[in-house]
Design a protein around this ligand. Structure first.
Ligand code: FE2
Length: 202
């Protein structure tokens, strides 16, 4: 049985996927609601970015953001499935927690899902991967590049990256916290940073 604040979070995340008209969205919601995760997570110490994340989450009216705040002490930040594909400088600007995937904690063979936080005034350079991806902004804002679509994204916005679409995120004064989900071919070896002139001015 999960702690109640963790179940509240899973329900809030599942509710988000009722807005997404993709087969993987319905499966994700179902997995969030029906699969017991091992609990409580063995979180040894708060993430180094915990204070920044809490400050940002407290600014968001979205139920999922408030549910993250309630469950923050249970979340295994520092479980980025592509950590070994990232440079030190890229890893330093963000934090990732994985809640679902082939390696758990909620098991799924062809889905990965988690939360992503990026520091204020930072640039996560252009990258891509085989997996189809959907992000949902939960708190803060970022100037988002999704292929040719480049614009500010705000809480509640849902952004879809088809397989191999290049994407990049630039934060301002707030930073950003988002929900992410991979589906389809969720291998991590295809994750790659791309040539990106904007990385030079990050
Ligand atoms: Fe991605």
């Amino acid at each position: 049985m999960n702690p109640p604040e963790f179940d509240t979070l899973l329900s809030a995340l599942a509710a988000i996927y009722s807005r997404e008209d993709r087969e993987a969205a319905a499966r994700t919601a179902n997995a969030l609601l029906t699969t017991a995760a091992p609990a409580p997570f063995n979180v040894q110490q708060p993430c180094a970015l915990d204070g920044l994340m809490r400050d940002l989450l407290s600014t968001s009216p979205l139920p999922a953001a408030q549910a993250i705040l309630g469950a923050q002490h249970l979340l295994p930040w520092g479980t980025n499935p592509v950590a070994d594909r990232m440079s030190q400088s890229a890893a330093a600007i963000c934090a990732v927690t994985t809640l679902m995937g082939p390696d758990g904690p909620i098991p799924a063979s062809d889905l990965r899902l988690g939360l992503f936080y990026q520091r204020p005034n930072s640039y996560y350079a252009l990258h891509n991967h085989d997996a189809d991806e959907t992000y949902v902004i939960l708190a803060g804002a970022a100037f988002w590049t999704a292929g040719e679509d480049r614009r500010i994204r705000l809480p509640g916005d849902m952004i879809h990256h088809p397989s191999l679409m290049p994407h990049a995120f630039r934060t301002g004064e707030e930073g950003v916290l988002a929900l992410w989900r991979w589906s389809g071919d969720v291998n991590t070896h295809s994750y790659a940073f791309l040539d990106d002139p904007e990385a030079l001015i990050a």
